[in-house]
Design a protein around this ligand. Structure first.
Ligand SMILES: NC(=O)c1ccc[n+]([C@@H]2O[C@H](COP(=O)([O-])OP(=O)(O)OC[C@H]3O[C@@H](n4cnc5c(N)ncnc54)[C@H](OP(=O)(O)O)[C@@H]3O)[C@@H](O)[C@H]2O)c1
Length: 250
């Protein structure tokens, strides 16, 4: 691979053979990202926590992806997972921090437990996954980290204040770590708008009606943006790309 000073992984670069770990990769958006990376020729590693059956199915569809289980609330489990990744796969070229939680509460009623439930996974775990990945990547010529944030980290949502704060944290963490890990490891973020699944509620439907594109997004569209950052040179770092049909411009 190229030295950190050179224009490594120029656009058009391939993900063929690159080892990329996707957290929460069993289903929904994470599954879409994992499948897309496998199509690009990457050697995908899929993290899951509770969704073992779905993770096994996604891994099979990715051509036999490696599976890693961890409860990301636990920093020791995060550390163990990255030690296992290094031991089983030998290196780590990319990390996609996709796993997260989403709850809705009136901020006047929110408890410490509700706050920690969100922040332990959405922000604290993202930081420690970035740290563990970067420790491996800094030993290599280069690495790529993509954090999945949210439109909620850009625009404020009253009944999701705790979630919005966690995702705004992911966005600023991305910028800070981009500086900290340069020039070897880039850190960027994809901020999805509404990516609907079967459980979409009335609020989600209203957001889609307000979306300039006139529809919700798909996991494949989020995956496109992830692939862009994974393939980009180290001149693209600390960036936030909203994949939201224009909703952040409203
Ligand atoms: N869907 C949307 O409209 C939307 C919009 C904006 C941003 N996003 C962001 O996009 C990403 C994916 O969204 P999604 O809707 O597909 O997510 P999701 O289904 O709600 O969650 C993704 C995965 O996160 C994992 N996870 C949750 N808590 C965990 C824990 N304690 N330890 C380990 N893994 C844990 C779960 O893995 P297991 O099932 O294996 O336990 C889950 O399958 C998230 O970062 C989300 O915030 C989504």
């Amino acid at each position: 691979m190229a030295s950190p000073q050179s224009e490594s992984s120029l656009p058009g670069a391939t993900l063929k053979g690159k080892i990329v770990l996707v957290t929460g990769g069993a289903k929904r958006i994470g599954r879409g990202i994992a499948l897309r990376l496998a199509q690009e020729g990457a050697r995908v590693a899929i993290h899951y926590n509770r969704s073992e059956a779905e993770a096994r199915r996604t891994a099979e569809e990715c051509g036999g992806a490696e599976l890693f289980r961890a409860n990301l609330e636990s920093v020791p489990e995060i550390q163990q997972m990255f030690a296992d990744v290094e031991q089983r796969l030998g290196r780590l070229d990319g990390l996609v921090n996709n796993a997260a939680r989403f709850t809705r509460f009136d901020p006047l009623a929110i408890t410490e437990k509700d706050w920690d439930f969100i922040h332990s996974v959405n922000l604290k775990a993202v930081f420690f996954c970035c740290q563990q990945a970067a420790r491996i990547m800094q030993k290599q010529d280069e690495g790529r980290i993509v954090n999945i944030s949210s439109l909620g980290g850009i625009r404020p949502w009253a009944e999701h204040a705790h979630y919005c704060a966690s995702k705004a944290g992911v966005i600023h963490l991305t910028r800070a770590l981009a500086k900290a890990f340069a020039p070897r490891t880039t850190v960027n973020s994809v901020a999805p708008g509404v990516i609907p699944f079967d459980d979409i509620d009335e609020r989600g439907k209203r957001m889609i009606e307000n979306t300039p594109a006139g529809r919700g997004g798909t996991p494949a569209e989020v995956a496109d943006a992830v692939v862009f950052f994974l393939k980009s040179s180290n001149f693209v770092t600390g960036q936030i790309l909203a994949v939201d049909g224009g909703l952040s411009q409203r």
